[in-house]
Design a protein around this ligand. Structure first.
Ligand code: AHM
Ligand code: MG
Length: 321
């Protein structure tokens, strides 16, 4: 698909369902605000924190609070987002919606790569949108315990040297870049496909001693002939793989026996994007998108990106490395 002549086409323009367009508009608007906060860096007046620990067992960064509040406000005001699972919120939240309109359940990591937040390195926001299922009571975790195949849209926002928003809908992945002067996210990549070439692999190689021998051998095999790149913000490592080609690995290890990456608002979101873009995503024993989590903050091993490289890892793991 050719880019529009002036490059202007906002993320919601191609969305036929008005309620879904509204849910995405809430995400776009919150991202624009979070981008502004992130760009202020150390100059930003942040909410005070006192070493609070979140549901993940991690120290809460003030930007996590600000990011969560910004998205929650936008979802609550949207009238079409009926519920939210957020990395920073122990329990799902529910909002009132227009009963005459379709509604959606969102999953969110408001600030991904928090450890990079204070050092001016790229961080991001990760989002996924499920349609609300008819007849399912909107309370507790149950409405969110669904496979990634149920998503109608997912994506992420990258607060990097520019702010880009990636949106995946069935069969299509698009990239929009924030035009600061107008506040518009303008179309910059119309039909993203993960390249067939796979020059990069990303893994926290420092954890090698914590991996099973089978994982050690699988990583050893997949890294041959490839350059290592690891930002420590999954949004950044994934975006490089989507644009330039590559594969990202976060295996289980002795410290994180289920892996570190969260199923709903990280692994499944990226898996949905990868598959729409011709790539693949696996938990080592099957596709991420078929995984139905038992709880909303469940973790998983993740191998994602170039389909051939992901199959190479799966094959090596099946063979015991
Ligand atoms: P976060 O959402 O709390 O920032 O954690 C997720 C991040 C990913 O973005 C990144 O790939 C990974 O954790 C880095 O973990 P590690 O420092 O163990 O390599
Ligand atoms: Mg995070």
């Amino acid at each position: 698909m050719a880019l529009p002549v002036d490059g202007i086409a906002t993320p919601v323009e191609g969305i036929d369902e008005p309620a879904l367009a509204r849910a995405l508009a809430a995400i776009v608007s919150a991202s624009r605000d979070v981008s502004r906060h992130v760009r202020s860096g150390a100059l930003l007046e942040l909410p005070e924190t006192h070493g609070e620990i979140n549901v993940q067992g991690e120290v809460v960064h003030p930007l996590d609070i600000l990011g969560t509040e910004t998205f929650v406000r936008a979802f609550d005001a949207s009238n079409v987002v009926a519920g939210l699972v957020c990395e920073e919120l122990a329990e799902p939240q529910f909002y009132s919606v227009d009963p005459a309109s379709p509604s959606y359940l969102c999953v969110l990591d408001p600030i991904d790569g928090t450890s990079n937040a204070d050092i001016a390195i790229t961080i991001g926001s990760i989002y996924g949108v499920f349609p609300t299922e008819a007849g399912v009571e909107l309370s507790g975790e149950q409405p969110f315990l669904r496979p990634g195949t149920d998503f109608v849209a997912t994506g992420y926002v990258l607060y990097g040297s520019s702010t880009v928003l990636v949106l995946a809908t069935p069969g299509r992945v698009q990239e929009f870049t924030l035009h600061d002067a107008s506040g518009e996210f303008r179309l910059t990549r119309a039909d993203m496909r993960i390249p067939d070439t796979c020059p990069y692999y990303s893994v926290n190689q420092g954890y090698e001693d914590r991996w099973d021998p089978a994982v050690q051998r699988a990583v050893q095999a997949v890294r041959q002939g490839r350059s290592l790149r690891y930002v420590g913000s999954l949004v950044s490592d994934f975006h490089r793989d989507l644009v330039r080609g590559g594969v990202f690995l976060y295996p289980a290890d002795s410290k994180n026996p289920n892996g570190k990456i969260r199923v709903l608002y990280e692994a499944a979101v990226f898996a949905y994007i990868a598959e729409q873009a011709g790539g693949a995503a696996s938990i080592g024993v099957g596709p991420v998108l078929e995984l139905v989590p038992d709880s909303v903050h469940q973790r998983t091993p993740l191998f994602i990106g170039n389909a051939v490289a992901v199959e190479q890892i799966d094959h090596a793991l099946r063979a015991g490395g």
